[in-house]
Design a protein around this ligand. Structure first.
Ligand code: SF4
Length: 82
């Protein structure tokens, strides 16, 4: 999966994709592609997503956070990923 985004700080176009980080992480630290896609789909519909890329609660790029098995959705009203 590859997404092209405009960086919110410098307005430079950046490319982010799990293929870029996939080789950096062990499989036991990442979710399946299905779970990853479900998480991302939820984030894309979430009112707390800023700039189409960043969670307002965690400050994380959701395309990265959603990939990590240990991470949860930080919405204080409840985990939107579960
Ligand atoms: S609150 Fe949860 S669902 Fe919403 S953008 Fe953040 S991580 Fe994604």
């Amino acid at each position: 999966m590859e997404r092209v985004r405009e960086c919110k700080s410098c307005r430079t176009t950046v490319v982010e994709g799990i293929q870029d980080i996939d080789h950096e992480l062990d499989d036991d630290k990442t979710v399946s592609e299905e779970v990853y896609q479900n998480r991302l789909d939820t984030c894309m519909e979430c009112p707390s997503l800023a700039h189409g890329s960043t969670c307002k609660f965690s400050g994380c790029l959701v395309s990265f956070r959603a990939y990590l098995i240990e991470k949860k959705c930080p919405d204080p009203s409840g985990d939107r990923w579960s």
